[in-house]
Design a protein around this ligand. Sequence first.
Ligand SMILES: C[S@@+](CC[C@H](N)C(=O)[O-])C[C@H]1O[C@@H](n2cnc3c(N)ncnc32)[C@H](O)[C@@H]1O
Length: 288
Amino acid sequence: MFEISTKDLFLWIRDIKNCRKDIDDFYLLLDLIGGISKTDLFLLKINPQQKVSLKIDFNTLKKKWLEHTQLFKPIQYVCGSSYWRKNKFELTPDVLIPRVETEQIVDIATDIIPEDKKIIFVDLGTGSGSIAISLALENKNWKGLATDIDINALKIAKKNHREISFESNINFFCGNWWEPIKHYAGMINLVVSNPPYIPRKVYESLPSSVMDFEPKKALYGGEDGLSHIKQIISDAPKFLVKGGWLILENHFDQSKKIKNLLQEYGFNSLKTINDSFGIGRFTIGRYK
Ligand SMILES: C[S@@+](CC[C@H](N)C(=O)[O-])C[C@H]1O[C@@H](n2cnc3c(N)ncnc32)[C@H](O)[C@@H]1O
């Protein structure tokens, strides 16, 4: 641990607050790398101490902040981790930063299927493993399969699983969508996926903090954004049990097209589910 004067820390915080809008990123850095949470800061204010302990030395912490502000590097990559739902996930540039909007996919799945039911679920395109790990942690009777085309992403997902969960209820597979789990054909009760769905024109205008740092293969969905979603839906009937569910995250304007596709491939109970910003972020369907 590295001791600094509390006064120096608060002076630095005051300076940042005066000149930056992304103060939440700053607090995340302090917490994830410095080891000082917002609660710790509050307690320091009401019960002042001369010294405070940081997990890394003050100068390195300041350099990390500059990496974010000068290179526009997302704070989660600077820190190599982030919080998602109830856990802290390790992140590298091989995986997408799990988004807060995506957290809802876990609630949708848990609302559809009773927790005590023994099921097999698949998370297609698991990235850091955030969805699969959260589903398996929150539903102890569920057995998970998590896939990704990127072997380095899978390494992170496996590491996160080892760090976060004591259970061994997820198996990881590398390959193109359904291909690595073909021996599970006809056995899947639930499929969740946050696939790459950004249409070409939108992708080309993404801010540099996303374009320059987040993996293209995690975001880019082809000309209309639907190329991966079409692959996932067209093969889903081979894998799902009758009555099995598919839950997809999508771009704000894709849900109607996705529902048409689902209908074409034998799904019913089609529904668009809004995220907390009122955007039709999720599309669900049940295989007849
Ligand atoms: C939008 S990211 C989602 C990551 C994570 N599930 C999340 O919600 O944060 C999409 C993921 O799909 C993976 N992916 C892209 N193309 C794929 C393919 N053809 N087959 C399997 N996974 C793929 C990417 O590597 C990436 O990890």
